[in-house]
Write a protein that binds this ligand. Structure first.
Ligand code: NAI
Ligand code: MG
Length: 357
């Protein structure tokens, strides 16, 4: 069956990095991937043409796709749009919400070739391979009521932290299944000493644990988890947490690996449909200069092949090709180090393609 892949380059470096990832997808087509690739607009570039960051046409195509590859959205050009609903970021949030992409997978893997890029000592991070599973469509980022209003003569800002049992259970299942496929160790991160929402979270995780007796479940408070991630990150394998804690912890974990230019992500819904994107943004400071590291986006293609297209062998080939170019000493500016060969975005794409075939 021919699968449909929608590519949304977006803004800033988005078009440059997705162009390299599309070359990798085309190489996979030659290696047997039965898929058609389409492109559409999202973010500021969609706003410029259609006046909205998520045009109906893009949303329709996204709904019909088996998988979506997104570059990044946003940039100073659109920062002055006053209507918040028309900002580029709304294109991304809209896609996540409309497609129900609640399960965010953010691996933090330290490539041994880049051990010197980490901010931590090599012995603490070498071999690091963590998977953070973050709930993406609920929690305090979406809870109602929210706002800023006048109360007793001063302004107060408020948000609502809410998770239903079913929301907790479905992200819990994603995490337990992930742990089952990996090292059978799952750490659930909450703040159950203070927040009722996470008392419920902990209860639901404990209940699920009975269904996954092969997985060892532990619980950790988020403040301790932040400390442990920096102290001894290799104690973790799969981590599951809510939207806000996951946002913060996954960025912290990302930096253990040295460069945000290396980190892919997946966001899945209940049908296994997924959106795949690098963890970084549109990097306006280097956009249009052929400097950006395309590897996070290329590794996002590998995740797509693994989690939405059921092509784990192609995923492994891409990951091996990335390992090979790093072994060969090729480095874009963000991962540059002495004695290694500096390459451009396109040259990095060329090298991955060569390693693939
Ligand atoms: P950013 O991730 O775009 O850039 C942070 C720093 O990392 C910059 O110095 C940039 O040059 C560098 N960098 C990022 N990706 C790189 C790559 N592939 N290769 C080499 N260097 C890379 O984050 P920033 O500066 O906070 O945001 C810039 C714009 O991106 C903003 O408009 C922001 O709203 C948007 N953004 C979009 C995201 C998305 O589309 N998922 C996520 C984060 C930010
Ligand atoms: Mg973030």
């Amino acid at each position: 069956m021919t699968r449909r892949i929608l590519v949304l380059p977006g803004d800033g470096i988005g078009p440059e990095i997705t162009a390299q990832a599309v070359r990798v997808l085309e190489a996979c087509q030659k290696l047997g991937l039965d898929a058609e690739i389409e492109q559409s607009l999202v973010g500021g570039s969609a706003y410029d043409v259609h006046g909205v960051p998520l045009p109906d046409e893009t949303l329709d195509k996204a709904r019909n796709a088996d998988a979506i590859l997104l570059g990044a959205v946003g940039g100073p050009k659109w920062d002055r749009i006053e209507d918040l609903s028309k900002r580029p970021e709304k294109g991304l949030l809209g896609l996540r919400k409309e497609l129900g992409l609640f399960g965010n997978l953010r691996p933090a893997i330290l490539y041994p070739q880049l051990a010197d890029a980490s901010s931590l000592k090599p012995e603490i991070v070498s071999g690091l391979d963590i998977m953070i599973v973050r709930e993406l469509t609920g929690g305090i980022y979406f809870g109602q009521p929210r706002g800023i209003e006048e109360r007793d003569g001063q302004r107060v800002g408020f948000n609502t932290y809410v998770y239903s049992e079913s929301e907790i259970e479905r992200i819990g299942r994603v995490a337990f299944e992930m742990a089952r496929k990996r090292n059978k160790k799952l750490c659930s991160v909450d703040k159950a000493n203070v927040l009722e929402v996470t008392i419920l979270w902990r209860e639901v995780m404990d209940r699920l644990a009975a269904e996954y007796p092969d997985v060892e479940l532990s619980h950790m408070y988020v403040d301790n988890a932040a400390m442990q991630l920096v102290r001894a990150p290799k104690q973790f394998d799969v981590v599951v947490t809510g939207n806000m804690f996951g946002d913060i912890l996954s960025d912290a974990a990302a930096m253990l690996t040295g460069s945000i230019g290396m980190l892919p992500s997946a966001s899945l819904n209940e049908r296994g449909q997924g959106m795949y994107e690098p963890c970084h943004g549109s990097a306006p400071d280097i956009a249009g200069q052929n400097l950006a590291n395309p590897l996070a986006t290329i590794l996002s293609v590998a995740m797509m092949l693994r989690y939405s297209l059921n092509e784990p062998q192609l995923a492994e080939r891409i990951e091996a090709a990335v390992g090979k170019v790093l072994d060969d000493g090729l480095r874009t500016a963000d991962i540059a180090s002495e004695g290694k060969r500096r390459v451009s975005t396109v040259e990095m794409g060329d090298a991955v393609l060569a390693a693939l075939s």
